[in-house]
Design a protein around this ligand. Sequence first.
Ligand SMILES: Nc1ncnc2c1ncn2[C@@H]1O[C@H](COP(=O)(O)OP(=O)(O)OP(=O)(O)O)[C@@H](O)[C@H]1O
Length: 264
Amino acid sequence: MTKEIVLSLKNVQKTFGGTPVLKSINLDVYGGQIIGYIGPNGAGKSTTVKLMLGLISSFEGEIEIFGENIKESGPAFKKRIGYVPENGEIYDNLTPMEYLSFVGGLYGMEQVTIEKKAKELMRLFELDGVLHTRISAFSKGMKQKLLLIASMIHNPDLLFLDEPLSGLDANSVMIVKEVMDQLASQGKTIFYSSHIMDVVEKISNRIVLLANGKIVADGTFEQLQQQNKEGTLEEIFNQLTGFDKHKEIACSIVSVVENGDTNE
Ligand SMILES: Nc1ncnc2c1ncn2[C@@H]1O[C@H](COP(=O)(O)OP(=O)(O)OP(=O)(O)O)[C@@H](O)[C@H]1O
């Protein structure tokens, strides 16, 4: 049985103000995969995700989601997608129940189903006491949990998660990692962008490394280890992005902090 291609990027290019950010991205993602999408700051990870979500509409190349070219298809494919943005904007004046009703409504869910799932998911994330409290009173981790619930409430087939564990405590991290694992084993596809290398290493069954606007590595963690010097994903990341100066840079920073110059 051939696996379904859920997501396909062909020669995708994006420039901002004449500066190329993505320089020809080619990627086929299959159902049930957890893609760990990694790369240095500014490499273009969030831009890739925003293109796939249709949040940035002008780009070169083709993107197909569930077999449909997103430049030609209507918004229907978005009902099968969930998204946790890196800097999630939540309507702070709403309560979680109001917010989840709004989000669920956008996905075409019945109000009674939204309320049932919202109550249960809030309880499971230990937020049952604040279902009707204004989100403006929430801590960072509480907001992040709510963003996660909002991304999953409509049972999406494809999840885009941009730093989804940001601000979560260790227990909640364990739960979310396990949720990702179980969703993927049920055939859902997860596109997971993060800088936390040890989590990416453990959770992803395929790792894609973006550097200078190109994919410079694509494979399982074991394959990446074989292609590079053995090591942790953090070490492979350093090798592939040509970075070996962390000590010198740290020394310079400390020197500027203490003396006002780098003593170079
Ligand atoms: N709307 C925009 N207008 C102009 N430049 C942009 C815009 N969005 C992103 N960029 C630029 O595109 C590049 C890639 O940004 P992007 O946010 O995709 O990187 P990233 O890999 O997600 O980085 P990080 O790891 O820091 O989150 C950066 O140089 C950024 O300044």
